[in-house]
Each structure stands twice: as structure tokens, then as C-alpha cells.
Design a protein around this ligand. Sequence first.
Ligand SMILES: Cc1cc2nc3c(=O)[nH]c(=O)nc-3n(C[C@H](O)[C@H](O)[C@H](O)COP(=O)(O)O)c2cc1C
Length: 357
Amino acid sequence: MTRPACLHDFELAAREQMSHMAFEYVSGGAGDERTLSWNTEAWNDIRLRSRALIDVLSLDTSIELLGRRMSHPVLLAPTAYQKLIHPEGEVATARGASDASASMIVSSFSTSSIEDVAGAATSPLWFQLYIQPDRGFTKELVQRVESAGCEALCLTVDTPVLGARYREARTAFRLPDGLTRVNLSGMQHVAANAAHRPQEGAIYSAVLDPSLTWKDVEWLRSVAKVPVLLKGIMDPDDATLAVESGVDGIVVSNHGARNLDTVPATVTALPRVVEAVGGRVPILVDGGVRRGVDVLKALALGASAVLIGRPYLYGLAVEGSAGVSRVVRTLRTELEMAMALTGRTTIGAINSSVLWT
Ligand SMILES: Cc1cc2nc3c(=O)[nH]c(=O)nc-3n(C[C@H](O)[C@H](O)[C@H](O)COP(=O)(O)O)c2cc1C
């Protein structure tokens, strides 16, 4: 195969290199994978306006998010079990992210400890939190990731239970011996390598709390010293409740189409969430972002930044940390091209007028 040039190429190359179980785990979605298709298709359904004769010699992709300057608006979404994909797992990802000046959100289900990841990262790290049934343990985990230098918490709120993921079921997905959710070890009653999937016929997982409510968001805000964002908001009513609960940001996400099949694409939900939030907190979006033009469209629709999930895992599979870095750099370069061709020299200049409506 020729050298991967764009994010789709990385997926094709990764399919050749990853074990069947790992590829099915990463690439799969829930149910009949309708939302999985929509997540990418819906970006493609939006048309852009190209503009002529605008001086675009100097382009600036930098943004400010939660008081931090970032050199571009692409962050790495939290994804579990990266040592399934590369022996150095999240540590290699952190190196690649830093090399491409991208912030990385480390999953609660990472297979490298937060301290090891922090040791490898020079770009900002955030931590994705699954509140555990044991709140005492969860509080200690929050303090631990804050001490490690995580600058924000992304509380995932779209997963009281996992979706029907048939590719995981068909490949009898399990963590290979030696891999554990290291950040969750020490929790009573739950082995660090216990399956995240429930037994056949059951729906609840030992490492997800199905009883979470807005009260727990309040609780988390009371124990956290860093900003708290909610990840997995799709409904404008939930977005309103999120802002009222005092969170610092929202990630519009359908969990990479891995939970509830036939929910809309995230870009379909984004405008309504933006309207409900009315600029009170920053909104990020993930799901199916594969091209620089997708990033431009997200920003045009009111997002402050985007997250990518699968693409950097494919980069990690193919070229390790260099692959992660190349995936992010490719997206950034494509964003710069899209900015130049739509006549926008700064991120602030990207608004709905770039869309062909
Ligand atoms: C293999 C894999 C593992 C994931 N693990 C987590 C996780 O541990 N926590 C979480 O909040 N989201 C998780 N997600 C969802 C991602 O954070 C993100 O929402 C999604 O991947 C974005 O869509 P994309 O893959 O189309 O870019 C995971 C996604 C994938 C593909």
C-alpha cells in the first residue's frame, strides 16, 4: 500500500495491520451502524462557498479554549484500551499529540497510568471521567488526575449502559492478558481487567454507573478544582440543563455512534445545541470528523473545537506516535487549505457565511 496521505488512507492501512478483534473494536458502532454512517455522511452533505481574491497569505488556526491558547482546534477524543493497538498505547499517543500541538483527553479506561501519560505529554492533557459506583474512589481519582496535571475533566454522560455492539460480541472482545484499566485498579469488588461488557443477556457494566443524574454533576463540580465539561450531549434540553448546572463546556457527541443507533449525526444535533447554549459555554463536537473541511464546518456551525477518535487510533496502529502526529497535522493542513479557499484567515472569521445555504 502507498503511504497514507489522508485520514481515510490511515484507516485502510490500519485494517491491514491491526488484529481482527482490535480493528472491529475500534471501527464498530452500535446496532445496524446507521448513525455510524450518518456521522460521516452528514458532514459531506453540507456545501461550502469558495471565495475569490482575498489575501490569505497569512493564516492563523489558533484558538483560545478554557483560558488556554491552542495552536489549532483539533483535540484527541478519549478512547479506551490503546495498548490493544500499540505496545506503548496512550504514552505513544501523548507523544504524537504533543508533537502536533494537540491536547489529548485521556480515557478512564486507558491502559497506561495517567502519570505515565503525563510524563510523555508536553501539550495539555484533559481526563475523561466515568464516575464509578464507588464515589470515594472516584473522588480520589479526580484528585490523582489533577495532581498529574490534567487541566480539565470531561465527564461522559451518554453511557449509563453500552450500546449493542455486535462487532465486539462477534469477535468475543476481551482485554488480552496483561492489559488492565490501570487508573481504575484498586477499586474494591472490580478487577482492573474485568470485562467492560456485561454478561450475555445483561445490560449493566461493573465500571459504568447507570444511576448518574444531574446531582452527580453538581457533586463532581464540588470536588473538582479544574473545569468540568460534559461529553455526550445531543439534546438541546440537556444542553440547557448542562449550562444551568454550571459546567464549563459541552461536547456534542454520540460516542462515535457506539451507543444508541439511529440518533442523528452529531453535526445534525450541533446547531440546536448551539442555539440552546447561546454562547454561555464553549461547545465542542466529535463524530465522523475526517477532513479539514469538516473542522471548518463545525466551527461555522458554532463549535469552538473538534475531537477526533478513530482516525488517530488508526495513525497509532500504522506508525505509532508519528502516525498520531501525522493524522493531526494532516487535518490541520487541510483546515488551512479550507480556510484559504473560503477566504478566512483566522478561526474567528469562520462563521455560517462559509456555508452554501
Ligand atoms: C475505540 C474507541 C474507544 C472509545 N472509548 C471511549 C472512552 O473510553 N470514553 C469516552 O468518553 N468515549 C470513548 N469513545 C468515544 C470517543 O471519545 C469519541 O466520542 C468518538 O470516537 C468520536 O467519533 P470518531 O471516532 O468518529 O471521531 C471511544 C471511541 C472509540 C472509537
